[in-house]
Write a protein that binds this ligand. Structure first.
Ligand code: PTJ
Length: 254
């Protein structure tokens, strides 16, 4: 209750007319997540990095990102075993929307952390469940290891990321993205930095702010669900990630 009052206080402190209100409210969400022990301290710095790129692209979803979202929806629908990987930032920013996407796809969500502690994994798992995510993996079942990866992110669930054929990886580090690609998994990144190693290594990169991208992706999955496999495959065949990244980079430089 005390915390709810604090959040209301913050929301009122940022005037409706403030041009960067949405961005400031997202900061508060992350700070709230940090205080609850979901987000790690570096997570706050990561958000700042993301904000800088978001500022440069006009804090809105640009056309190349929309193309990537469409391709990502097609890839997730074509997959036989898609999994959504979630870290502290993603959970704090958009747990409910992650739940809606997972529901639409009928897939599991797996907690996978760079700064992994069992306590934080459990808190994130509980937060996701409370926010409506039905199948949460990676909490007590990180029983497999991603080969050639030394970070804590190598710890994955056999039933989840390890066995997946398509993985959605928001706010990722380049090492794991590369390792997942090497394992033969179709990899979809959400990363505001079009120059990051993750952005360049993933098969499909959505260069957009995570909380904007997830509902758009869910909407696209809903729309494309009615289409047959040939239609979805044609979307993927036409898709060029390099070109999408190039187009996003041009927008950043303007
Ligand atoms: O919760 P953990 O322990 O797994 O740790 C997570 C962090 C975020 C600390 C870890 O993954 C990390 O170090 O991330 P990076 O490399 O600082 O940031 C990953 C990328 O995400 C960067 O390229 C940022 O620009 C981008 N990014 C940050 N916030 C957002 C974002 N992209 C989309 N939406 C955001 N809100």
């Amino acid at each position: 209750m005390k915390y709810l009052r604090f959040i209301c206080y913050i929301i009122n402190m940022i005037p409706e007319s403030h041009p960067r209100r949405k961005s400031l409210l997202l900061r508060e969400k992350l700070i709230e997540g940090y205080k609850k022990g979901l987000v790690c301290d570096s997570g706050l710095i990561a958000q700042g990095r993301g904000e800088a790129f978001d500022y440069l692209i006009g804090e809105r979803t640009r056309n190349p990102a929309r193309k990537a979202i469409r391709a990502a929806a097609a890839a997730l629908l074509l997959a036989t075993h898609p999994v959504i990987s979630v870290n502290g930032n993603a959970a704090a920013l958009a747990a409910e929307d992650i739940g809606k996407l997972a529901e639409e796809l009928g897939c599991a969500v797996e907690v996978n952390l760079f700064y992994r502690t069992q306590g934080r994994v459990e808190r994130i798992g509980a937060h996701l469940k409370k926010s409506g995510v039905k199948q949460v993996l990676g909490v007590h079942d990180a029983d497999a290891r991603i080969p050639e990866l030394n970070s804590e992110r190598r710890k994955v669930s056999r039933k989840g990321i390890y066995g997946a054929d398509c993985v959605l990886i928001p706010l990722e580090d380049g090492d794991r993205c590369e390792a997942l690609v090497k394992m033969g998994k179709r990899t979809i990144a959400i990363d505001l930095n079009p120059m990051s190693r993750t952005a360049r290594k993933a098969h499909i990169t959505i260069v957009d702010e995570f909380t904007r991208a997830i509902p758009l992706l869910t909407g696209e999955v809903r729309r494309l669900k009615e289409k047959d496999a040939a239609y979805l495959k044609a979307i993927l065949k036409r898709y060029r990630n390099k070109k999408v990244l190039e187009d996003m980079r041009k927008l950043v430089y303007l």
